[in-house]
Design a protein around this ligand. Structure first.
Ligand code: KIV
Length: 285
């Protein structure tokens, strides 16, 4: 092990007592039953996967939000299978306790059940993911999802605002606000459960609707912009860290890393220009 490996770095706190066991898909169900909120956080590389793990997240999601967060695209649509596999491999090297779920990117599961099975298999076999996530906002995708859950691949479904459908949805808007849309979302949630999903992400919908869906299912719901009655919550890592320039209203910044990083880089630039760095302690005889 190198002096900086997570296991030996004294600056990285270990997971708190009681949450040291490897998290499996079945534990999420038990957590719902025990009313213990499920903590989900996105991560895109090994150090952040390790920190999410050490910070006691139950699930680390390698979200296709990495298209925007890491690669600077405007949407998640350009994300490829190769990108997802590479980032999942890195996260898996860091996150040892948390369940690692990898997003299936746009057009990796929309074409056919056969292609979906191959791609979900790649995320698990090559990426090392323990489950995959699909945006399941219509019946056709629900049927495709069923074909991979029946093949033994654990699937987290995702309804409400589904960012891969951003162009057909016409923007990042709260979903299920009128009774017709709310009824559709409730039906989709039940279908996701019937099709074998082990958990369901509810994104950007009224709190009362998310509460009703959560109560109607035996699988856990994970909310993002869906209020506090879901069985768990997910946040995008860079929103939590305060790196995102214009975060969504539902996100909470727990630390201001954007300004902290800017301050640090400015300090470093000044120190180099004034020949204050490196100093004696950073030099070799
Ligand atoms: O891609 C992602 O990060 C996600 C979460 C926001 C749920 O899908």
């Amino acid at each position: 092990m190198t002096p900086h490996s997570p296991a030996t770095n004294p600056k990285v706190p270990p997971a708190p007592p009681g949450v040291t066991k490897k998290v499996r898909v079945s534990h999420l169900q038990q957590m719902k039953e025990a009313k213990r909120p499920i903590v989900v956080l996105t991560a895109y590389d090994a150090p952040m996967g390790q920190l999410a793990d050490a910070g006691s997240a139950d699930v680390v999601l390698v979200g296709d939000s990495l298209g925007q967060v890491v690669h600077g695209f405007d949407t998640t649509l350009p994300v490829t299978m190769e990108m997802m596999i590479l980032h999942t491999q890195a996260v898996v090297r860091g996150a040892k306790r948390a369940l690692v779920v990898a997003d299936m990117p746009f057009m990796s599961y929309q074409v056919s059940p056969e292609q979906t099975l191959v791609n979900a298999g790649r995320l698990m076999k090559e990426g090392g993911a323990e489950a995959v996530k699909l945006e399941t906002n219509n019946d056709r995708i629900m049927d495709i999802m069923r074909s991979i859950t029946e093949a033994g691949i654990p699937v987290m479904a995702h309804i409400g605002l589904t960012p891969q459908s951003i162009h057909s949805m016409g923007g990042y808007k709260v979903q299920g606000r009128n009774s017709e849309d709310a009824t559709k979302l409730k039906a989709l949630a039940l279908k996701a459960q019937e099709a074998g999903a082990f958990a369901l992400v509810l994104e950007l919908m009224p709190r009362d609707l998310a509460k009703e869906i959560t109560a109607s299912l035996h699988i856990p719901t994970i909310g993002i912009g869906a209020g506090s009655d879901c069985d768990g919550q997910v946040l995008v890592l860079t929103d939590l860290l305060g790196i995102t320039e214009h975060p969504p209203r539902f996100a909470k910044k727990y630390v201001d890393m954007r300004n902290g990083t800017l301050r640090a880089v400015r300090k470093y630039s000044r120190a180099v220009r004034e020949r204050l760095f490196p100093s004696k302690i950073h030099e070799f005889e």
